[in-house]
Design a protein around this ligand. Sequence first.
Ligand code: PLP
Length: 358
Amino acid sequence: AYNFNAGPAALPLEVLQQAQEEFVDYRGIGMSIMEISHRSKEYEQVNDEAQSLVKELLGVPDGYQVLFLQGGASTQFAMIPMNFLKPGQAGGYVLTGSWADKAYKEAKGIGETYVAATGEASGFRRMPALGEIDVQPEAAYIHLTSNETIAGSQFADFPDTGNVPLIGDFSSDILCRPTDVSKFSLIYAGAQKNLGPSGVTVVIVRDELVERANKNLPTMLRFDTHAQSKSLYNTPPVYSVYIANLVLKWIKATGGLEAMERINRDKTKLIYDAIDGSGGFYRGLVEPDSRSLMNITFALGSEELEAQFIKESAQQGFVGLKGHRDVGHMRASTYNAVPYESCKALADFMNDFRRRNG
Ligand code: PLP
């Protein structure tokens, strides 16, 4: 299948094949990795290796920890305000679409918040310019969504927020390109798009922020619980971390994040070119300077034509092209593991469909 699903999404074929080989007997131990203790040296090695690879690939500076948590990015929507909002200090939210809005609404029910910027006036067709983000000096933090999975928009660069901690939801674009982690105090991402299967959420957090976090919370919802135990406080999602580790190794073997970005740009150019060169037959839903490398959203001239596009593309093996129910239209998710060939096949299909129906 040409898998353009938005999430859970494609995994690299090589990773699936290696997992299949090791599934029953993990490296000669006579058991599956799922069947051994998370305190065993085999699993500790996987946990350590995956944490180091996240640091290595993203160039995470000293003074940060990589955590593997559960509950998805949606739990981070609550955990972040619970840990970091203090009375009299508001969290600033950059509203860029559905996911930023979910994070904001969750925080609003927990503590004080303010809208640091909103793309509402443009119908969320563009990300706010960095200068448009209101960084109040007393803010507890600024929260932004690096890539809006549903709208198909992505920040090209990130603001410098000075002493105010910057927090980023990178669920749908972590590891898609080099990222200056030093601008952020906390980055989080559900794994199930670029990093592995669902079940694990990666958090990259500055020690300083963990030290400042609220200690008066349930144990599992405190960042310091997980930071102090190397993410082994309770039974971790062993299999998800194991696969994430294989994906991280695959990214490294592919040439790291520079290579990943180059490949992603080449892949998405094929599809954006099919949109832009269509004389209006296809219409991109996002302004060119905010277009995403991970989720390409576009519309056709009518609902009938869109239904026909979905039907014919499905017959030719394309999966997951229907847009999210909130925005409709089309969405092609081109995460790291989606091969160039799939994107080429989609661009060819789009051009052919236009010639037959334009
Ligand atoms: N944030 C973004 C940008 C997402 O795309 C998603 C899921 O698609 C989420 C958060 C929610 O993630 P989870 O399902 O891991 O809670």
